[in-house]
Ligand binder design. Sequence first.
Ligand code: SIN
Length: 348
Amino acid sequence: MNTSSSSSFSSAPPRVLSRIAVLATGGTIAGSAHDATRTAGYQAGVVGVAQLLAAVPALSTLANIHAEQVASIDSKDMSLALWTTLVQRVNALLATDAVDGIVITHGTDTLEETAYLLHLTVQSTKPVVLTAAMRPSTALSADGPLNLLNAVSVAANRAAHGQGVLVAFNNRIHSARDVVKTSTFAVDAFHSPEVGALGWVQDERVEFLRGVLRPHTVSTGLTIEPVAADGWPMVEIVASYAGATRLQVDALVQAGVRGIVVAGTGNGSMHVSLQQALADALARGVAVVRASRVGSGHVMHNGAAPDDALGFVTANSLNPYKARVLLMLALAAGHAGPAELQRAFDLF
Ligand code: SIN
C-alpha cells in the first residue's frame, strides 16, 4: 500500500516513506460486534488486516505498508507455537533491507507477555511496535484506528531505533519490559506502573522522554532457537493467597515442570504451605522465582525469611507473567541454578 503522490506545484523533494510491515494477530482491534453500541459483547480477531488498514487511509502518507495476517485469535488463546512463529517472522523480516520497522496488532489481554518476549529475542535495532484496542473495530469511537496510525508513526520514526520493543497505545509509548494492562475496559488501559511511559505520539509527532536502560533485543544473548528445536520448557505460575495449599505445586512437579513463578503476596512472600512445597520442588531441580501479585513495585531478597536461603530467585520488577517469559527463555538457554537465574532477572 503506497499512495504517496507528488504535486507539480511543489519543489520539495518527494518524501521517502519508511517500509513498515504490519503483522496482524487478531485481538479486539480486529473485533466485530453486531451493534456499534456493543463494546463488551463482540468477537475478537475476526477482521482481516486489509480491512484494518483500509480504515486508516492516512497510513499511506506515513509509510509503505506490507501487511501479513500471522494469526486471527483472541490473545487469551496465545500459544507457545504462535510465539515461535511470530518471533521467527519478525526476525526474518527485520533481517532484510526491505523492511525498516514492524507494527504488530495484538489483543490487549496477553500483549505485555508477547511484547516482552520480543523485547528479549528480536535480533535487530529496527523498531518493533505493538498496538491494540479496547473497543472492537465496529464500535462507536473505536480506538483501534488511531492506535494503529500512532504505532506506524512510531515505527517509522528514527528515534524509535534501538529502544527495544515498544507498545504504542492511547497516545503513549511504553517499553515492552515495563508496560502492563491495568484496566479491563478503560481506553487508557496500559501503563508502566514503576517508571511511566517512555514518551508520546500524537498527530505524527513522536517524542521520547527517556531511554531504555536494561539490555534488550540484540544485546540479551537470548534467542528462541533452543526453544524452536526442543520445545518450550514447562514453566507455570501459582498464586499465594489466604489458605493456599501445596496441591498445585505437587501436581506440577509430578507433571515435569521445569520452573514455577509464584505470584506472591507483597514482596513476593507466600503461604508457608506453598513455601514448603516449593522448597521440595527446588530440591528436585525445579527453578522457583518469586514475583508479586501486587501490580507494582520490586520483589527484593527478604533476608529474614527463608526464601533466599532456600534458593528462590526474585523477579525484580517483572510481574509474574513477564517473569515466566524470562524464566522460559533463560532455562531454554541453559541457565541453571539460582545464582545464574538471579543474574538474568537482575539484568533484564
Ligand atoms: C484479546 O486480547 O484478544 C481480546 C481483548 C482485547 O484485545 O482487548
